[in-house]
Ligand binder design. Sequence first.
Ligand code: NAD
Length: 494
Amino acid sequence: MATETPTRALFMLFGGTGDLALRKLYPAIFNLYKKGSLSKHFALVGLSRKELTDDEFRAKIIDSIASETDDKAQAEEFASHFYWKSHDVNNLGHYAELRTIADELDKKYELEGNRVFYVSMAPQFFGIVAKNLKDQHVLSENGGFNRLVIEKPFGRDYESAKKLNDELTSAFNENQIYRIDHYLGKETTQAIPVIRFGNPIIESVWNQNFIKNVQVTLAESLGVEDRAGYYDTAGNLRDMIQNHALQIVSYLAMDEPNTFVDTEIRKEKVKALESMEIYDAEGVKQNFVRGQYGAGDGSPAYRDEPGVPKDSNNDTYAAGKIVFNNPRWGKTPFYVRSGKKLAAKQGRIDIEFKKPLVDIFAKGTKQPQELQSNVLSLLIDPKVGIVLNINTKNSEQGFHTETVDLDYVQSPERAAEVPLPYERLFHDILNGDGTYFASWPEVAAAWKFVDPIQHLWDATQPDFPNYKPGSMGPKAADDLLARDGNSWYYPNVR
Ligand code: NAD
């Protein structure tokens, strides 16, 4: 990361001893501190109902950043900027105390009134925290910035998301709200606009005339683990497709923004998402597939996982086809899929190009050959990279075509230097850059697309379980593509 002027800021972290804060958020803030994006002019107040002393909290911070540094003195100096405040989100008196603490720390660290409120708690608290912060005047009023960061999930359908958004926007403006989607902090997602708009050889063919289909795969090999309480009320469609997959799709589908600034990019993302065809019940049946994993290879079925009801009809897998009603995409389908207990952890985008209109090798040569589609793959994780599969002639005698990969895969050394998603996202929050955060119109459009699918699924009985652990999901997801004359490129990559 280039050297820059450090940002002055006070963080208030609601859910300060939560799993996310300890595993991801403090290491991310520490890395920004190490790299100079934060300096001595920052402080953080951790908040939850727990009673902790500042020293106890600082010991947790030092523990939480242990994997990021061997420098004990630096870790201690960093942790000395951390303060603890026991806080109940419904207690107005606590906000008044918080205001006093914030003003004191502002003065002590010369923070110029810059405040970041990070709500890393269960979603039912998002709205009330925002409201109380505003009503109890915890926001700075001296010209510094006030930014509100909201974790996922952002609602469980359009109505609940709108209600939450109304609550947030009664206290903060849209441009002060940063809705976290950690897939947008990943290297490959962030590279999509550059790969597209920075390369005429790619952008010139990025449309329905040349692209046969687009495939977004967000596969996990793990099962529900210990998250049944949340996951069984959400399901894969809500937990992965509505947010992560559709956000990735929006960067792939959007038109070129006038300039590469968040306001312009958001306009184009919204335009793309709002042009998705919304399905009626028949359309949902034709275009979306759900799944739930059964038992296999010594691992339990989803319904036998701890905390999951024996009759759960929750989807641990979802796949579907998105059609854009716009001039760029016409009828080029975008397929998305995501699921648990799949063959491998694999986040990737595969773009299959159309074959030549006339295949001169198919006939007329002594040994007729069939060309393959070109496929451009953008690897998200665990590997980060770009692979272009193209046709060429093999090197043997005679004439035979074959495909080869032109590939760039990030080296382990480079990967070690790449900032983690939450570090990038914090960096952008400090800089007031909303490029890699979901705006409200985007979230709204995504829910409007997903709601009819979820409604139909809630109203009809599935035949679960319908896929084996270690597979790539239900057969119906293969049939979905086969009906269009397509097939999933992964895992049968060439
Ligand atoms: P958690 O349950 O570990 O932490 C929640 C925190 O809220 C705790 O510090 C708890 O003490 C505090 N809290 C609960 N009720 C309170 C109240 N009435 N007043 C004050 N404090 C209260 O949760 P988590 O896993 O850290 O998740 C936090 C947020 O991040 C959630 O929105 C979650 O969906 C999201 N998220 C978490 C992960 C993850 O890997 N843990 C990943 C993605 C998103």
